[in-house]
Design a protein around this ligand. Sequence first.
Ligand SMILES: Cc1cc2nc3c(=O)[nH]c(=O)nc-3n(C[C@H](O)[C@H](O)[C@H](O)COP(=O)(O)OP(=O)(O)OC[C@H]3O[C@@H](n4cnc5c(N)ncnc54)[C@H](O)[C@@H]3O)c2cc1C
Ligand SMILES: *[C@@H]1O[C@H](CO)[C@@H](O)[C@H](O)[C@H]1NC(C)=O
Ligand SMILES: *[C@@H]1O[C@H](CO)[C@@H](O)[C@H](O)[C@H]1NC(C)=O
Ligand SMILES: *[C@@H]1O[C@H](CO)[C@@H](O)[C@H](O)[C@H]1NC(C)=O
Ligand SMILES: *[C@@H]1O[C@H](CO)[C@@H](O)[C@H](O)[C@H]1NC(C)=O
Ligand SMILES: *[C@@H]1O[C@H](CO)[C@@H](O)[C@H](O)[C@H]1NC(C)=O
Length: 537
Amino acid sequence: MYSPKLLLLLLLCSLNSYSFASSDSFYDTFVQCLWNNPKTKDEISKIVYGPKNSSFTSVLQEYLRNPRFNTSTTRKPSLIVTPLNKAHIQATISCSKKIRVQLKIRSGGHDYEGVSYVSDVPFVILDMFNLRSIKVNIKDETAWVQSGATLGELYYKIWRKSKVHGYPAGVGPTVGVGGHISGAGYGNLLRKFGLTVDNIVDAQIVDAKGRVLDRKAMGEDLFWAIRGGGGASFGVVLAYKIKLVRVPPVVTVFRIAKTLEENVTDIVHRWQFVANKIDENLFVRLLVQPATKNRTNSAKKSDNKGKTVRVTFIALFLGDANGLLSVTKAQFPELGLTKQDCIEMSWIQSVLYWANFKNGTSEKVLLERKLDSESFFKRKSDYLKTPIPKDGLEGLWKKIIELGKAGLVFNAYGGKMSRISESDTPFPHRDGNIFKIQYFANWKEEGAEAEKKYMEQTRTLYSYMTPYVSKNPREAYLNYRDLDIGTTNNGKNTYNEAKVYGMKYFKGNFDRLVKVKTAIDPENFFRNEQSIPPLPS
Ligand SMILES: Cc1cc2nc3c(=O)[nH]c(=O)nc-3n(C[C@H](O)[C@H](O)[C@H](O)COP(=O)(O)OP(=O)(O)OC[C@H]3O[C@@H](n4cnc5c(N)ncnc54)[C@H](O)[C@@H]3O)c2cc1C
Ligand SMILES: *[C@@H]1O[C@H](CO)[C@@H](O)[C@H](O)[C@H]1NC(C)=O
Ligand SMILES: *[C@@H]1O[C@H](CO)[C@@H](O)[C@H](O)[C@H]1NC(C)=O
Ligand SMILES: *[C@@H]1O[C@H](CO)[C@@H](O)[C@H](O)[C@H]1NC(C)=O
Ligand SMILES: *[C@@H]1O[C@H](CO)[C@@H](O)[C@H](O)[C@H]1NC(C)=O
Ligand SMILES: *[C@@H]1O[C@H](CO)[C@@H](O)[C@H](O)[C@H]1NC(C)=O
């Protein structure tokens, strides 16, 4: 084993030997800057990974969650900093500013377009995975959670302290708190409790000047902006203080799959009239995807005759099975829910159920940071305010069968979501929405051809849906990042470019976000392909 002193010496030597090689000059300048900063001086060997470091690739890939950005031609960061405390973040901001390099912030790395770890200009990654403490306080029903924590870790820690508390965040256990909450994350509790950002009481952020600000110090405008406006435009979010919500000791889940042959068109059509109005203890998600019909003599593999569409109704009800059945019998009998379909369990078990773990899986699985099978993927989003007529649904099924891979997820709105005003947080998609749509394609085939084909499938479905979804603007959900809906020249970031995607993600809140940005970061240090620009001074 090397002693720490020897390691330091080795590092020093390597620094010296690097400093004259021009290809490494950028890396050297940055490390030199950290070296000159008393906050990082002694810890460079623990927190800085340059391209020559043997761990560079594995650190980069650890929180790279979409293999579309895992190719040899994807531009790599000039270095990765993995801060252990806020002083390291301050030093990294200061050096990035001095050297005028783009800083990308990564928490869980789940950005659908890799915006937290990919760029088309030289950049540095600030990787937050070491900063993931979670302090749950059941007495005042709050928790401080650092942005490098995952949702699974958060749910687990809450459950260890209380079986009747939860938090209305997303269903993916490995999703990072930093991106998820700052982008207004939601989950299956949204009809009862709203979004993550409707349940935040304080926050800590490091701004472009390196100041560490809590809610009081940052003021209500910035506190508003980092609850749905995307953290990465405003600073490095260190932590959020969240408000826990009360969940009953017994909840009920079900999953019912129906195909076209089982009259699914009628059921989906009807669902649109109850989705956002039904008892708010019930959340139903529809997973709509192409499927293969059960073999019949006429079905051949090579044509579309053997194909159908399967819609899976996935639900969480905050109450027992009898309570759920009385709701569906009265308000949505068309689904034909029976007692046999209903599974009663604790809230934490429902978290596992929704994350597709087998019954009996230990809650400890929520602490695992790498769970997902890594498919290539593309996502898009839409909002729906009037029901799709039956012939519209039939046309959609036809398209889904034709394309063969892409599908959609419908997430019911209403309930608490309708009682919160559009300007309460930067997230504007509130009253009047029946459901949100996520378009998806997942694929395993390598190469540009497959990528083009499957990405195009999501765009074809999106295009088909144009007459049925929100217009002027056609709204989109920030956390379902989609660079198709507009980007800004990375680094220049003009108001007019940004307004194109900004209106879709934020509607009337866009201009207030620009105002907050202009006040906190007028030089536009914190920027990316879809960030909020400051107004020119
Ligand atoms: C499997 C899976 C399931 C999902 N389920 C849901 C769901 O149920 N509900 C839902 O709403 N969304 C869901 N999402 C989307 C998810 O909310 C977003 O992708 C989210 O932005 C990911 O956050 P992250 O920290 O993991 O990502 P990252 O890629 O690390 O970050 C995303 C964005 O936030 C910025 N950012 C990250 N950390 C910070 C920070 N500390 N300070 C400032 N800016 C920061 C990044 O720079 C980037 O712009 C899911 C995604 C996946 C892949
Ligand atoms: C990078 O590599 C050097 C030398 O191999 C090592 O001393 C240093 O600790 C590494 N840095 C990190 C952050 O692991
Ligand atoms: C990225 O590619 C490497 C091989 O170069 C592979 O080992 C790793 O699993 C990939 N990761 C992702 C998320 O695709
Ligand atoms: C579908 O609807 C038709 C006509 O309403 C009905 O006769 C048939 O039984 C239904 N099929 C199923 C599987 O519900
Ligand atoms: C095929 O049959 C099984 C068993 O009857 C059923 O559960 C499944 O949903 C059917 N699949 C399709 C695509 O019809
Ligand atoms: C899940 O497993 C437990 C025992 O581990 C069992 O009692 C329960 O009935 C199972 N639930 C389902 C839905 O299979």
